[in-house]
Design a protein around this ligand. Structure first.
Ligand SMILES: [Mn+2]
Length: 246
């Protein structure tokens, strides 16, 4: 019976962090196969691709297995959501039209089986460092994206990969900093003051595993990654559980 809800983030497919990125992609497809019989909804929570840049008529090479698998699963009636991360935010409608994914470019608040969820990749939330926000602003600028699109990808794609590898969160994953210093935990606690009935905050981005209660009825979940942890979260209507796919 399809009654479970799954969350997964930060596969960074195409990244040099993977010994063999295609092998990771195969593993991700095996995971999708393993949940397809009981998944009602799957949330891919950002940075699935290490770099994705969609042109009007062209998309990047690669990821054939995953894109095919996602298309096959949405065709079979499974709802799959795709959040942009900070590595794959430059998309338009290819993944929705071709693969049937529901795209989210912003955090998304939703009710699932009677619980309220706040879902986001997590970049930029609760982090008020100025350089980070400037960069984020540049990356999200429609004008700059238009300029960038006009340059032949022969020049921009290698540049982007260099950027991505140097900016890598995973280059040295910062271990969990504790409740008071984690931007996303602070963000969740503040959000809860405004929307007190959120039961779960689910984030990617940090590449660490966390399942932390922050109030009587509220928890923060960090999804780990698909580089070394191969982790995901499963919600069965009762609680959210972090698991690893081996
Ligand atoms: Mn990220």
């Amino acid at each position: 019976m399809r009654d479970k809800i799954y969350f997964l983030a930060d596969a960074h497919l195409g990244s040099k962090s993977h010994g063999d990125s295609i092998e990771t992609e195969r593993k991700l497809c095996r995971w999708l196969d393993s949940v397809r019989d009981d998944a009602a909804v799957i949330f891919l929570m950002g940075d699935i691709f290490d770099y994705w840049y969609e042109y009007r008529y062209v998309v990047p090479k690669g990821f054939t297995r995953l894109l095919g698998k996602l298309g096959e699963m949405t065709d079979s009636g499974i709802e799959i959501h795709f959040f942009t991360g900070n590595h794959d935010l430059w998309l338009t409608d290819y993944l929705s039209k071709e693969c049937g994914l529901i795209l989210h470019l912003e955090p998304y608040i939703t009710e699932l089986k009677g619980k309220k969820f706040f879902l986001a990749h997590g970049d930029g939330l609760g982090d008020d460092s100025r350089s980070f926000h400037l960069l984020r602003k540049l990356f999200h600028s429609k004008f700059l994206q238009k300029c960038f699109s006009g340059i032949h990808p022969r020049w921009t794609i290698p540049l982007a990969h260099t950027w991505s590898n140097s900016s890598r969160e995973s280059g040295g994953v910062v271990p969990y900093l504790g409740e008071d210093r984690e931007h996303l935990v602070r963000f969740a606690k503040n959000k809860l003051k405004v929307i007190p009935d959120i039961n779960y905050f689910i984030f990617g981005h940090r590449h660490v595993l966390l399942n932390l209660p922050i109030a009587e009825q509220s928890r923060v979940i960090m999804l780990g990654d698909w580089i070394t942890l191969f982790s995901y979260a499963e919600f069965d209507g009762e609680g959210v559980e972090l698991k690893q796919f081996l």
